[in-house]
Design a protein around this ligand. Structure first.
Ligand code: ADP
Length: 397
């Protein structure tokens, strides 16, 4: 190999390595060597380890007679042969065809086995329409590309495993934090209940009626808090294990949100809620669980955006009902936004606000069970908006 070739390979290697996404890296690899090895289409197929079916995972059309990028059906047969035999296959036309359409039938195929993690797992297939036949040098360059493609797929697998490990580690950390949070969350209301009931039961003190009522109100509120906490824990466990039975019927989201707001307003008369409503059709949904979603959003707004006015806009667009639930509170820093819907996740910091990190997880699971989406937009100092989209599916009330 001469110095010029080595330097060329070195440059290509560097350019390919710098591409984060494996498909973009493969694009760079194939395009940069096309000067030395011409082909029309290229595709990669991987074998499903359970079903043994062969599936196209990458396809590019770079030359004549471009096929759709995702269209990789043309090489499936050769890929299957390559995987079965575990060796390179060159397939050339046995008959001659003429004319433009005839040339398309003159398919020259070249397939290489891909050994991923030293296990035969797939094939890389090139096609040339109308030839010429693959020379010894072409086959060597293509073999080099197959080797490189293997390394890129292994890199992709490694990135996936790393991401999974990060997620598992984060989940474990959150679970640890959850144990201490939950201990605190259970102890606090229990402490109040025990303290005030013991005071009321003291034989050496006589409480006037107003004080008795005040103590009983505190006990009542704290018992509600405990019940809500236990309900949230059970609900999140049920949603997590997918054992929740949803009861679907036609629901009007606008009336549902208004009902929840009225209920919340009776406990929090200071809450300033304004509505921007457009006429919307009903949807199929589980009214009780959808109410739970909005109760959680209200409860969060009360906790994290105290004294802020709330704006709820409801509209419909395309085939969705869209709800935007906005507060003008402190907001959430951008770095924490991707995690707020995770189970047990609480934004770190000097928070005196109580919570378990289950509320938004429950919201997301419920919305997902309705084939909808929920997401958040927020920035520190400029408030928070939760968006919900639910599909309109022709329900009639
Ligand atoms: P919890 O309130 O029990 O901590 P959630 O799952 O309801 O759990 O919320 C997750 C985190 O998202 C909260 O800890 C809080 O930091 C943040 N958050 C939720 N809603 C708001 C909001 N309206 N404004 C600011 N931060 C919020």
């Amino acid at each position: 190999m001469d110095a010029k070739t080595l330097s060329l390979l070195h440059d290509i290697f560097q350019e390919v390595q710098q591409k984060q996404d494996w498909k973009t890296a493969l694009d760079t690899l194939f395009v940069s060597l096309r000067g030395s090895f011409v082909f029309d289409n290229v595709a990669i197929y991987l074998e499903e380890s359970d079903t043994k079916s062969v599936e196209g995972v990458y396809a590019r059309a770079v030359g004549r007679e471009k096929t759709a990028e995702a269209d990789s059906v043309w090489g499936e047969g050769v890929a299957t042969d390559v995987i079965t035999k575990g060796k390179m296959i060159v397939k050339e036309p046995t008959r001659n065809f003429t004319g433009k359409t005839g040339r398309l039938k003159l398919a020259y195929l070249l397939g290489f086995p891909l050994y991923i993690g030293s296990k035969l797992s797939g094939a890389l297939v090139f096609i040339r329409f109308g030839g010429p036949a693959y020379s010894e040098l072409h086959i060597q360059i293509a073999a080099l590309q197959a080797f490189w493609a293997t390394a890129l797929i292994e890199r992709r697998d490694l990135q996936e495993v790393r991401a999974q490990m990060d997620s598992v580690q984060r989940q474990m950390r959150l679970q640890d934090d959850f144990v201490s949070t939950i201990t605190h969350e259970l102890r606090t209301p229990l402490g109040f209940i025990k303290g005030y009931s013991t005071s009321l039961l003291r034989l050496d003190t006589v409480w006037d009626e107003a004080t008795q009522r005040e103590f009983l109100n505190i006990i009542d509120e704290e018992a509600d808090r405990l019940a809500k906490l236990i309900e949230d824990m059970l609900e999140s466990a049920r949603l997590h294990s997918k054992t929740v039975q949803f009861k679907f019927s036609p629901v009007r989201i606008d009336s549902l949100v208004r009902d929840v707001a009225t209920r919340i307003n009776t406990y929090h008369p200071e809450l300033n809620i304004s509505f921007e409503l457009q006429p919307i059709p009903p949807i199929y949904g589980d009214g009780k669980r959808l109410s739970q979603v909005f109760e959680n959003l209200f409860s969060n707004a009360i906790k994290y955006a105290p004294n802020s006015e709330l704006t709820i806009s409801i509209s419909s667009a395309a085939n969705n009902i869209c709800v935007a639930f906005s507060d003008k509170g402190e907001g959430i820093a951008t770095e924490y936004l991707p995690f707020v819907f995770e189970r047990f996740y609480r934004v770190p910091g000097e928070r005196t606000v109580t919570g378990t990190g289950l509320g938004l997880y429950i919201c997301r699971q419920i919305i997902m069970a309705h084939h909808g989406t929920i997401w958040v937009e927020s920035a520190l100092g400029s408030g928070t908006t939760f968006f919900i989209e639910l599909p309109i599916d022709g329900a009639e009330v």
